[in-house]
Write a new protein. Sequence first.
Length: 197
Amino acid sequence: MSEASGSKTVNDVESVLLAAVNEFLERGYDAARIGHIAAAAGLSKSSLYHHVDGKEQLLALGLERAIEGLERCFEVARREPEPGRAVELVVELVVEDMTDRARLPFVALLIGVHGNSELEKRALQHRRNYDRELGEMLARAQAVGAARTDIAPEALARLCFGAINSLHSWVRPSGPGVAEIRRDTVRFVLGALAPPP
């Protein structure tokens, strides 16, 4: 296969994946049909099957894309030795990830899963693991006086992600003011996590 045709295949898979994720978000996974996805991607059903095996593979790829983004955010924070700054990094990077135009559909897909299949249950487990890890980071920050101690770290982590996860439902990354929304969200969340003066 030539480099050009390999690149075309990658681009086709990307366009099919994005079309599928948008269909899942609009119709729901169960109601979205391969025909809907093919039409949205500008392909025939038979052409679509040259790129992917089916709907479940597309769901898996979409969820994987969202989880990879979260993992990158936490990977940066794990390298930060100062506990308070590690929490700040998670908040800043996850807010940025959640409001990135190219990533928003994948993030919305992950947030919307309900555990209706083994695939969705595994995705939910990933989300719980990040809740737990942020809770552990907050516990370390509490221990050095860098986070409020009147709320359990596990609850703080869930409240933090609750605020950030809502961004996908109302922020329009292509619209004006996204930089200000990111700044204000980070300020709000970190203010809520901070110890009292």
